[in-house]
Every structure is written in structure tokens, then in C-alpha cells.
Write a protein of this length. Structure first.
Lengths: 216, 731
């Protein structure tokens, strides 16, 4: 009955853009989020969707003011869009956000096609990895690292210094000597507390409070 | 240097004492003297006695503050308030030694009428409104229910112990215990700020404790008056009617007080709206009207603290918009000066008042039990309420936050002021209560204040790994931070609150029209019009340039895409930017006047000129530490009694913003020109070269009602620029 009420509140246009054979109830199982979360995210989705055509484009994301002052804002926006596409529907939106739910031990995954729950630790790390690795060759090269570093530091660092930082970073993380960071090496970097603290959309602040208190 | 100041301080006190002795001497002498001739110089002490002493005490307080601030390593361990109390003890001892009685104490009148209002006004004026109102529910729960819980449990607990004989034989009753409980239960804003300045906590936790300490006055006043009346009536007269009247009086006092404050806020805003011609008197209004709101509420037996808090909270935005920049700076600075001064005097006098054997009554049971109960019941209360609240809050409060909140429930001068107001005839054990209150204040301010920081550090250290992070880890951590923030913003966890949106619309439409100077209002529209004109002109010249040069040439020649808003904007922006930036950057962001805070939306494509020289031995870690952007959440909100600094984060924000806009414009340009961006890395994400339709005529920005343009390129460039404008407005 809870699922029925969710279905009723969703606008018909949204269905057109979703794969018609998967109703919302299955979405709940697939993404393992609760009904209330779906309705809340859906209302957020529609409020972002200015064109009211059931999909979001990059401009819709760019309209969120806080993303303009986030160093990785544009990269994260890109992460929502599947390769080569310019529009994302609600399902895709949910899919990306579902990476950030808390990890639960007793999670039931009813979808037979997925091998691992979306928000498993590996998938979260993969998501982060893909922020660096633009060309999808499963390696973070020095240039890619440099690009991300450049986005994250102030303007007073010269390119040479940044290059040295990037070199040292790769030195630390690289284990097989190919001068780039593969996914396996990426996983090993690291502060495990982050992985466990990553949380769903409304626990993000929690992790933030913890992080800000911890990293004081 | 230190010696000199100390000597000076002691000297001042000696001077005060000798003056008094001299005064007494001349008193006696004056009556017997007969005028023998013209006195060339006379010593007219009585003429100036009262104001002289007041000025002298303010001076002494100021010098004490200087003494306290001499040694920074000391102040980081022991909070200033504790040190000031210690100085108060010393001074009190000197005065007592000279006079054999305590001539100077903190009387309730002086405290409540002359020392407290400016502290609270400062708190209200600098209150981060957004944070405050979004956590209002939780704050109210702690302030109202928490204080009632504390009052009830402490009162009943003490009563129970008295019945059990733990306190010996004292002349006291249940109602008096409850009254005592209610005045000792309230968390004190002055003490809380003083301690939390040293301990950096996250902003949600801070606003909880701070907000609670301010709003609990509503409850304290009601409980105090109700129980005071009950004690006067005597136990027999209390029936259900009286209790119901008590409950009703709570609502009346709390809401009435807030209403008085809001009315005065409206008055201030209206007054500043009309002061265009005589700007020099503007700063005075907030202080006078703030004080009047305090006194008016006090006159009507409503909650004076709530009144002045809401006065400050509600008028911030409008007077900052209406007043001249210099007036705004004056108000902010004077507010801090007054608040700081008052706080210093309060703590010094809290120390001095203790050195008075006349008020000391020692009852081990009473005192120790009080200390125990307020401590334990505070913890229980906070944890219980948080457990309930966490079920409804979007963001649950962590265990460590709850510990800090419980431990940070300091009592202070307000409790002392209230207890000093008790009538000795009704309360036979008044001195016992005064002594206990003093001990409680000292215990919380000094002991809890000193141990707060180590406690927090200890709790944190338990959780965090102590190992030094590698570069890769640091970078990764920071990446994750930014990522989490972005996801949070995208998923809109704050959400579109219906009520909040309605309030914003109402406020934009009616309140701003009513309370803001027409020129301030017009500027807000003006900026929008300017943008509109700019958009059109620049978009057209941009496109024309592209067409003239041929698209490929245009793309390759990156240096030509120069949309420099800076010079066009600066003049018209400078007036408006202070309030747009200040409003959203946080109240203690000192708005840099004029040109500095124009967000130089200079989308020029030139390489940033890097003048930093390379040094031979550069420390990568150090560099990273210095230059990595901090995430948004790490821009900790700093309410401080003594600091009015600019957020260095603002530069960060500007840099990031410029960079983002630049890259967006670049990718937009490359998309329009149908050419893949010439990046160093070949990406597979090529923008498809399909014609872009004009995005829904006129619907691509909620703020901009645009006539549809036939040229698709202009439409899209304008869309991009509109987004820029939207972002600026949101800052």
C-alpha cells in the first residue's frame, strides 16, 4: 500500500522517461531506498527540472548555485550523465544518488542482474575513481591527476609545484611502476573511515559534522 | 610589560580604596570646617563620586582584560571568563581588606539593566539567521522542554534529599526548591559564548547550545515569576486554576516578548529607511531602540531577553541594507565593544561579589547535591531529548555532539542575578541559595570551561587515526569531501520546504517593500536590469565576433573570449554587493566596502599570471595544506565576541567560481561551435554536434522574463549568463 501511494504521486510524464517495465516498487528494491526517500528525491528532481520534460540536462544541474563554488562540481555533474548523453531521467538520477546510501549488512538485493549492491564499498570507490579517470582507461594518469589537483587548489601554486605534488602522489600510490594509479591501487590508498562513514543523502550532514569535528 | 600592567592594576585598586578612605575623611572634615577664605582649589569628591566610580570600574575591567590577554598560551587552556573571575577575587580581596566590607557587588539592577542588554543585543544582531531558523524546532525543544526538565528534576531532587535529611535543618519548602531549581536550570548565554570561543565545534552544535541559552529565558522568567508568586501565596492557595494560569503565562510571556522585539525591529527598519539625509545619527537607533525593546518587555513583565534577541535577529537584514556602509561598520564594531566590555565587567564582578562573608552560608549537602543534580540531569535531559529529536530530524545529532552539548550547559551571571533578586523575608535561606549559585557558576565556568577543550580533543582522538596521512590520502580525503558536499547539494537535503518558500516570497514582496529604503530595493532590481542589458549586448557582440572571424578561428583564438563584467559592473554593483554578499556569507563576514567584494566575474581566458617563484626545497605536504580548497562545510561559522574578521574563504569561493564559470563557458562555446574542446587528454565524451533548440522561450530562468530571441546562439549565451546572475544572487 505504501508503494501504491508512491505511484500515485508520481507524475505521468516521469513514467515516460523511465523504462516502462520497471514500476516504482521495483525501483525501491533495486536501489534499496525507502519510499519516503524516493518521494523526496522525486520532488527534488522535479524542482530541478525547469523544462518539465521529465529529464535533467547539464544546465539544470549547473543552476544549483552551490555547485558553482564546489571545485569538483562539474565533474560530479558529469557523473550523472551516462556516456555520451545529455539528459538524465529520474531512474538515472536515483542510480547515481543510490551510491551514497549507508552500507547495511543485511541488505536484500532482489534484482538478479546486479552483482553487488550499488552502494557497496567497491562501487563507491569506483564512482570516485571515475571522477579522476575521464578517458575511462581504468588508470589515473599523471595528467588526469594534475587536472583534478588543479581544480582543487588555489591559484597561487605554480604548475611546476603542482606537477611535483602529482608526481609524489603517484609515487606513493603506484605499486606496479606504470606511473599511473589503477583502480586496485586506488582502493588501497587510504582512509578507511571515509568508506564507512559515507552515507545516504540525509546522513551526509552527519558525516560532515563528524569530519569537521574530527579534522578540526 | 606584564609587571607594569599588573602594578598599574593594583595601583588603580589601591587608588580606589584610598579615595574612599579620603572621602570618608573629608566627609567628617567638611562639616566642621568653616569657610575662612577663598579656596583656590577644592577637592569636590562628592560632586563626582558616582560617575567617577563607574568610570573607574570600567577602566579596571578593561585593564583586567588586558592582563588576561597577555599570555595566549594561558588563555588557550583556561577560558578568559575564568581568568576574569580570578582577577575579580583578587580585587575583591583587596577591597575587602581595605574596607572591611564588600562595597562593590553585582547588584541585580545594575546587571539586568545596564550590563546584560548589550550582550544579548550583540548575540541577536550577529545571529546567523538561516542556521538559527532551520534548527529552530530543535532549539525550542531544548530551551523549553529541556529547561523545564532541568528545573523540575533539580528542584524535586533537592526537595527529596531535604526530606531525607541530607541537608540538615534549613527553613525551606518544596516551592522554594522548585524556584531555586528554575533559576539554576537555565543555561547562560554569556558563559556559553565565552567558553565556546575557544572550543571550535561545528555550526549545528554551536547554534543549538547558543540558541538554547538565549531562548530559555522565556521559560526561566515564567517559572521564576510563577514560583515566586506561589511562594508569596503560600502552599494552600495553589489549585488547578493557578497552575493553568502559570502555563498560560508562559505562552504570553514568550510570545509577547518576541512580539515586542519584532515590533521594535520594524521600528528600527522604518527609521533607518528615512535617514538618508542625516546618516550620522543612524547607528544610534539600533542601540536605543534595542534597549527600549528590552525595557518595554520588562515593563510589561514579558521576557526581556527574548524581546531584545528577536529585535536583533529581525532587524539585521534591513538595517544593513538601509544604512550607509560606514554606519553599518560603526554599528557592528560598537556592538562588539559594548558586548565585550559588559561581559568583562560581569565576570570581574562575579568574582568580586564572592569575597563577602556576609553572604556565605555553607551547607555541604545542599551545595554538593545541587552540583551533582544539575550535572547529571543535564546529561540525562539532553540525551533523552536528542533521542526523541533524532527521529524527526533530517540530520541526526551525533553522540559526541550530545556530550559536548550536555557538558557545555554552563550557568552564569543570569542565575546569580535572579537569585540576588529574591526577597529575604520570603526566602529565609536566601544566602544559602546565593552561595550555592555562586559555587555553581564557578564550577561550571571554571572547571567545565577549562576541561571542555581537553574533553573534546580526547573524544575526537578516540575516533580518528593518529597516523600521518600520505599525500595521496589527503588528496583523496579532500576529493571525497567535495564530492559529498556536491551530492548533498544536488539531492537538496535541505529540501524545498513549502513554508520556507512561502515565507521567502512574502518577505521579498511585502517586507522588503515596506522596510527597505527604495534605493536599496531598486538596486536589487537594477542589478537585474543591468544584467539583462549586459546579457543582450555582450551576447550579441560575442556572437558577432564569432561570426566575423569564422567559427574555427574564433575557437582557436582563446584569448578573445573576453566577457569582462568587472568594469561594466563595478560602479553599480558596489552599492548593492555589500548586502547580497554579507547576507549570505554569514553575519560575521565583514563586508569589504566598495570594490573589493565585487565578484569579479571576469571570464577572460588569459592564463592566470603566476608570480610565485619556485623554491628549491619545497614541501609538498605544506603546500597542499596551504592551498587545498577547504570544503564548504569546513568553513566553520565563527561567532565570536571579539573578532570581526573577513572570511578568507571568500577569496576561495571567488576563485572556484571564476574557474567554474570559465570552464563552463569554454565548454559551452566549444559545444556551440561544434568543435571538440582541445584538451590535452582525448576524451570520449564529445559533445554531439546537434542543433540546440532555444530552451523553452523565456522559461530558462525563473528570474528573467525574456523575450524569445530568434537567434539560438544568443538565447543560449543568455541562458548561460543568466545562470551566472542567478548564482551571484544566491551568494
Amino acid at each position: 500500500n505504501g508503494s501504491k501511494s508512491v505511484v500515485r504521486t508520481l507524475r505521468p510524464e516521469a513514467f515516460k522517461s523511465m523504462i516502462p517495465t520497471i514500476p516504482v516498487t521495483n525501483m525501491v528494491c533495486f536501489f534499496a531506498v525507502s519510499h519516503s526517500q524516493i518521494t523526496r528525491l522525486y520532488s527534488r528532481f522535479t524542482s530541478l527540472d525547469k523544462g518539465e520534460n521529465g529529464t535533467l540536462s547539464r544546465e539544470d544541474f549547473q543552476r544549483i548555485p552551490e555547485l558553482a563554488i564546489n571545485p569538483l562540481g562539474d565533474r560530479i555533474i558529469n557523473a550523472f550523465f551516462p556516456e555520451g548523453e545529455d539528459q538524465v531521467n529520474f531512474r538515472g538520477f536515483m542510480r547515481t544518488l543510490a551510491h551514497f546510501r549507508p552500507i547495511e549488512d543485511n541488505e536484500k538485493n532482489k534484482d538478479p542482474t546486479a552483482s553487488e549492491p550499488l552502494n557497496s564499498r567497491t562501487n563507491k570507490l569506483l564512482f570516485a575513481f571515475q571522477l579522476y579517470d575521464l578517458d575511462r582507461d581504468d588508470k589515473i594518469s599523471r595528467d588526469e591527476l594534475l587536472q583534478v589537483l588543479r581544480m582543487m587548489v588555489g591559484v597561487n601554486i605554480s604548475d611546476e609545484q603542482l606537477g611535483s605534488i602529482a608526481d609524489r602522489t603517484i609515487q606513493e600510490a603506484d605499486q606496479n611502476g606504470d606511473n599511473s594509479i589503477s583502480f586496485n591501487e586506488f582502493i588501497k590508498v587510504g582512509n578507511l573511515q571515509h568508506i564507512n562513514v559515507w552515507a545516504g543523502d540525509h546522513y551526509l550532514i552527519l558525516s560532515y559534522i563528524l569530519l569537521s569535528v574530527l579534522q578540526d | 610589560m606584564a609587571c607594569r600592567t599588573c602594578l598599574w592594576l593594583l595601583g588603580t585598586t589601591f587608588f580606589t580604596c584610598t579615595v574612599r578612605l579620603v572621602v570618608e575623611g573629608t566627609e567628617v572634615g567638611a562639616t566642621q570646617e568653616s569657610i575662612s577664605g577663598i579656596q583656590i582649589v577644592t577637592f569636590k569628591w562628592h560632586h563626582v563620586e558616582a560617575p567617577y566610580l563607574i568610570a573607574l570600574w570600567i577602566l579596571v575591567a578593561g585593564v583586567s582584560k588586558m592582563v588576561v590577554e597577555l599570555n595566549h598560551s594561558l588563555t588557550s587552556v583556561i577560558p578568559e571568563s575564568a581568568l576574569l573571575i580570578i582577577i575579580g577575587w583578587i580585587l575583591g580581596g583587596i577591597i575587602y581588606g581595605a574596607d572591611k566590607m564588600q562595597t562593590f557587588t553585582l547588584t541585580p539592577t545594575v546587571f539586568f539593566f545596564y550590563l546584560l542588554p548589550q550582550v544579548i543585543l550583540d548575540a541577536g544582531y550577529f545571529m546567523p539567521n538561516k542556521l538559527f531558523f532551520s534548527n529552530m524546532g530543535a532549539i525550542l525543544v531544548y530551551a523549553v522542554i529541556g529547561t523545564c526538565w532541568n528545573a523540575a528534576t533539580v528542584g524535586l531532587g533537592l526537595w527529596g534529599c531535604w526530606l531525607g535529611g541530607a541537608m540538615g535543618d534549613i527553613d525551606i519548602g518544596l516551592l522554594q526548591f522548585l524556584l531555586f531549581g528554575s533559576l539554576i536550570a537555565a543555561v547562560d548565554p554569556v558563559a556559553v559564548i565565552a567558553v565556546f570561543e575557544e572550543v571550535h565545534v561545528n555550526e549545528v552544535l554551536f547554534i543549538m547550545v547558543f540558541g538554547e541559552s538565549l531562548l530559555n529565558d522565556g521559560v526561566t522568567v515564567v517559572l521564576f515569576n510563577v514560583f515566586d508568586a506561589f511562594v508569596s501565596l503560600g502552599g494552600a492557595e495553589i489549585d488547578a486554576v493557578e497552575i493553568i494560569k502559570g502555563i498560560i503565562s508562559f505562552f504570553v510571556v514568550a510570545f509577547g516578548g518576541s512580539l515586542v522585539g519584532i515590533i521594535f525591529a520594524l521600528l528600527i527598519s522604518l527609521l533607518t529607511r528615512c535617514t538618508k539625509n542625516i546618516q550620522i545619527i543612524e547607528p544610534g537607533f539600533i542601540f536605543i531602540l534595542g534597549y527600549l525593546s528590552y525595557l518595554t518587555a520588562e515593563m510589561l513583565s514579558l521576557s526581556a531577553i527574548l524581546s531584545i534577541v528577536f529585535c536583533g535577529i529581525c532587524c539585521q537584514k534591513y538595517i544593513n541594507a538601509n544604512m550607509d556602509e560606514r554606519s553599518v561598520t560603526t554599528v557592528r564594531y560598537v556592538m562588539k565593544v559594548l558586548a565585550n566590555g559588559s561581559e568583562t565587567i560581569i565576570f570581574v564582578f562575579l568574582g568580586i561579589s564572592a569575597i563577602d562573608p556576609a553572604v556565605w552560608v555553607w551547607n555541604t549537602g545542599f551545595i554538593l547535591l545541587t552540583l551533582l543534580f544539575i550535572f547529571v540531569f543535564r546529561f540525562i535531559g539532553v540525551f533523552l531529548l536528542t533521542w526523541i529529536l533524532n527521529k524527526y530530524r533530517l540530520v541526526p545529532l551525533e553522540f559526541i555532539d550530545q556530550v559536548v552539548m550536555s557538558y557545555g550547559g554552563l550557568r552564569g551571571a543570569v542565575a546569580y542575578g535572579l537569585v540576588a533578586m529574591l526577597d529575604e523575608n520570603k526566602f529565609k535561606e536566601k544566602n544559602l541559595m546565593v552561595s550555592t549559585t555562586l559555587i555553581v557558576v564557578y564550577f561550571t565556568v571554571m572547571l567545565q570551561g577549562i576541561t571542555m577543550k581537553p574533553l573534546v580533543t580526547w573524544l575526537k582522538v578516540k575516533r580518528a587515526a593518529v597516523t600521518e596521512l600520505t599525500l595521496a590520502e589527503k588528496i583523496q580525503n579532500r576529493t571525497f569531501d567535495h564530492m559529498l558536499v556536491a551530492i548533498e547539494d544536488i539531492s537538496g537535503q535541505i529540501g524545498h520546504n513549502y513554508m520556507r518558500d512561502k515565507w521567502h516570497n512574502f518577505e521579498e514582496r511585502w517586507l522588503c517593500w515596506f522596510l527597505m529604503k527604495p534605493s536599496a530595493r531598486k538596486s536589487r532590481d537594477y542589478i537585474f536590469n543591468i544584467f539583462h542589458q549586459l546579457n543582450l549586448k555582450d551576447a550579441m557582440s560575442y556572437v558577432k565576433e564569432g561570426e566575423r572571424r569564422g567559427s574555427l578561428a574564433f575557437v582557436r583564438n582563446e584569448t578573445k573570449a573576453d566577457v569582462d563584467f568587472n568594469k561594466k559592473f563595478r560602479a553599480s554593483f558596489s552599492e548593492i554587493m555589500p548586502d547580497i554578499m554579507a547576507d549570505n556569507m554569514g553575519p560575521d563576514h565583514e563586508a569589504e566596502k566598495g570594490n573589493d567584494i565585487v565578484p569579479s566575474v571576469c571570464l577572460d581566458m588569459h592564463e592566470q599570471d603566476l608570480t610565485m617563484r619556485e623554491s628549491e626545497d619545497f614541501n609538498a605536504h605544506h603546500l597542499l595544506q596551504q592551498h587545498l580548497y577547504r570544503g564548504r562545510k569546513q568553513h566553520r561559522h565563527r561567532y565570536s565576541r571579539s573578532h570581526l574578521e573577513t572570511n578568507r574563504d571568500e577569496n576561495e569561493v571567488q576563485e572556484i567560481f571564476q574557474r567554474t564559470m570559465r570552464s563552463r563557458l569554454e565548454s559551452f562555446k566549444s559545444a556551440k561551435m561544434g568543435v571538440a574542446p582541445a584538451k590535452k587528454i582525448q576524451t570520449k565524451h564529445q559533445k554531439k554536434d546537434k542543433p540546440q533548440k532555444v530552451r523553452g522561450e523565456g522559461t530558462f530562468s525563473p528570474f528573467l522574463h525574456v523575450r524569445p530571441h530568434s537567434h539560438p546562439l544568443i538565447g543560449n549565451v543568455m541562458c548561460m549568463l543568466c545562470n551566472v546572475y542567478v548564482m551571484l544572487c544566491h551568494f
